[in-house]
Structure formats: structure tokens, C-alpha cells
Design a protein around this ligand. Structure first.
Ligand SMILES: *Cc1c(COP(=O)(O)O)cnc(C)c1O
Length: 365
């Protein structure tokens, strides 16, 4: 076994999801799990309609409003079921049986969203990057004006691509932002509906954030089951039934942390620097290469790469494990490796990963 010069004192978490949380968030959550706000009760055992919890929910909602600079038309919801439930809840609320919804197919998550929408109405796939295993963002396409909405996946977690320019459309724009929400500045009010599983960039698994322009609701003729009706969740302030209390609490703490860092405006340049450093290294290091060629399409949150010599793949995997790098293996559908650089991942972890790549190159290059 070759000897490595690296010394890792702790684990660097590059996992794609559930992703890294800020250390202070985890520490505060641990305190509240035992004794929430000196109530003598765990956050996991308090009544969800008591002020101990409704204060948490209210603060979380306000933080989303503030961090996303939402106008009064937009409502913020905290729901169950993950982003995958939104694949069906969106068309259930927005798509008529005889209507049509436009979708951009930029990866497996988009494909799954399209499949669910087809259960409720018609879909038109207006563009797709499937021909190159989803390693680019489609550029020239037209969105039909009669479609009831246009759905995009702003960041393709598995393939490492990201819409840098959000398409301009005249119909309601719906976005799955699960892996890049609040990692960069966007005009969030431009979207009719945004959803994101919290476990990647915003908190803990078990809660999904939905931001919806209330004016687009109530237009389909379909009867919507209670738990899937956005209007009822708005009315009950996301406490239609027992919400995922612990997950919402951790998300609220993460939102507080985001605010303390200066929000997306402050984090975007850091995230850009983190990803650019790593992409530059991958281009210059003779052993590895980035999987997305077009620099403009490269995700700032999920950096996908591969190793030129296939046989070294398991060797690099073990090398990472030995040296405190966690969660770097690529998704089985994309292959190779993936470093997820979410908001909570410190720049020093990226610097360390670059050192690890150098060291691996020194030994095996
Ligand atoms: C992870 C992910 C999902 C699935 O999220 P769940 O909360 O597990 O349902 C959907 N879309 C994108 C873009 C993702 O990254």
C-alpha cells in the first residue's frame, strides 16, 4: 500500500443528500432534542399546535420569505413526502385532464416528474438532454403558450448540470430546486411554484419547502384530496395535520444560519469559487476530468467527475474513505464521482479535496 502524505482530522462530507448541515445547526438540534428552550421537553415530543412549535414554523416561514425576498402573492409551505411527492402534487393542482404541461427533460428527476404529470393530463417535453446522458442543458427550444405551466429542474443533482439562465416564459414557471435552492441569487418571484426537498441545501430529510404564487391555484376542475390541496395547506399554515416537527426545526435552524451568513447574495460567490476551484483542478489534473464539458452548464453544487483509468475507480474510492472524504461516489446512473458543495460545506473542505486529488495523482498518476 502506498503511503499518503495526507492527514485528515475530521470527516469532510460531500454527500449528495441528505447533505452536510452547518455544525452549529446540528449542535443546537442536539440540545433541543433533549430539552427544547428549557421547557424540559424534547422538540420531538411537544404538541405541534402549541406555541413552542408554531413559533418555529412561523420563524421558518418568515426566514424563507426574507431570504427569497418574496412578494405578497407568494406563500411558503412546509410539506411532507419529499420532492418526489411534488412530482404528482404539482400536476394534481395545476394541470387539467384535457390540459397540457410543458417539461424540460434534463435528468432522472425531470423524467420522474413527467411520468407523474402524465397521470393527470398531457405533457409536452419541449427539450431534452437525454442524447448525451444529460450532461448538458438544452439551449434552443420553444414553450407552447397554451401549456398550463412549464417545469424545469434548476439543478440536476445526479449529472451535475444547472440552468444558469432561467428560461423566460409567459406561462407559469414551476421549478424543482431541491439541490440548489438558496445557493445562488435568483428572482424567486418570477416562479409560479418552487419546490425543494430540504435534505440537500436547506435542512433535514422529512420536510419539503413549497413556494407558490396563490393566484395560480384553484383553476383546475379536479377534486383534490385534502392532503394534496395547496390551498388547504396555505389556509392551515402548513399544520393541516401533524407536520414533521424535528425536520422543520432543523430546517429553521439552517435558514437562521443562512441568514447569518448573508443569504444567497453572500453565499453565491463562495459557492462559485468553491466549484470553480474544483473544476479547474479536474481540468488540470491529468488523472481526472469533469463530466460536464460546457463550463456554463456546470453545477455549482454538484461537481461530477470521472477518472481516466477505469481500474483506478475503486482505488480512489478507498483512498477517499481512508482520508476522511465522505459521500464522493457518483450516482449509479451517471457513474464516476460527485462532490456536492452545498451551502454548509466549508471552502476548506474543497481545498482539502483538491489536496487529496493531488496526492492520489502523485501516487498513481
Ligand atoms: C433528491 C432530488 C429529488 C428527490 O427528492 P426526495 O425528497 O427524495 O423525493 C428530486 N429532485 C431533485 C432535483 C433532487 O435532487
Amino acid at each position: 500500500m502506498s503511503h499518503s502524505n495526507l492527514s485528515s482530522k475530521h470527516i469532510h462530507n460531500f454527500n449528495s443528500g441528505p447533505g452536510i448541515l452547518p455544525k452549529e445547526v446540528v449542535e443546537q438540534a442536539a440540545v433541543s432534542l433533549v430539552n427544547h428552550q428549557n421547557s424540559g421537553l424534547s422538540i420531538a415530543e411537544i404538541g405541534h399546535r402549541t406555541s413552542l412549535f408554531t413559533d418555529v414554523m412561523e420563524e421558518a416561514r418568515q426566514l424563507v420569505r426574507e431570504l427569497m425576498q418574496l412578494d405578497d402573492e407568494h406563500e411558503v409551505l412546509f410539506l411532507h413526502g419529499g420532492a418526489s411527492t411534488q412530482f404528482m402534487q404539482v400536476p394534481m393542482n395545476l394541470l387539467d385532464e384535457k390540459g397540457c404541461a410543458a417539461y424540460a427533460d434534463t435528468g432522472v428527476w425531470s423524467t420522474k416528474a413527467i411520468k407523474e404529470a402524465n397521470l393527470f393530463g398531457k405533457t409536452e417535453v419541449v427539450c431534452s438532454s437525454r442524447d448525451k446522458n444529460y450532461h448538458y442543458i438544452p439551449k434552443d427550444f420553444a414553450v407552447p403558450n397554451e401549456a398550463q405551466y412549464f417545469h424545469i429542474t434548476t439543478n440536476n443533482t445526479i449529472y451535475g448540470t444547472q440552468w444558469k439562465r432561467i428560461p423566460e416564459v409567459s406561462i407559469p414557471l414551476v421549478a424543482d430546486m431541491s439541490s440548489d435552492i438558496l445557493s445562488r441569487q435568483l428572482d424567486f418571484n418570477r416562479f409560479a411554484l418552487i419546490y425543494a426537498g430540504a435534505q440537500k441545501n436547506l435542512g433535514a430529510a422529512g420536510c419539503t419547502i413549497v413556494v407558490v404564487n396563490k393566484n395560480i391555484l384553484g383553476k383546475t376542475r379536479r377534486s383534490i384530496p385534502t392532503m394534496f390541496d395547496y390551498r388547504l395547506h396555505i389556509k392551515e399554515k402548513s399544520i393541516l395535520n401533524t407536520p414533521p416537527v424535528m425536520a422543520i426545526y432543523i430546517s429553521m435552524l439552517t435558514l437562521r444560519w443562512l441568514k447569518s451568513q448573508g443569504g444567497a447574495a453572500a453565499l453565491q460567490p463562495i459557492n462559485e469559487r468553491k466549484s470553480l476551484k474544483l473544476y479547474t483542478e479536474l481540468e488540470q489534473n491529468g488523472l481526472f476530468y469533469p463530466l460536464v464539458n460546457n463550463a456554463e452548464d456546470r453545477s455549482i453544487t454538484n461537481v461530477c467527475f470521472a477518472i481516466k483509468e477505469k481500474a483506478l475507480e475503486p482505488v480512489f474510492s478507498s483512498f477517499c474513505k481512508e482520508n476522511g472524504i465522505y459521500g464522493i461516489n457518483g450516482h449509479r446512473l451517471a457513474g464516476g464521482f460527485r462532490a456536492s458543495l452545498y451551502n454548509a460545506l466549508p471552502e476548506s473542505s474543497v481545498d482539502y479535496l483538491i489536496e487529496v486529488l493531488h496526492e492520489f495523482m502523485r501516487i498513481h498518476g
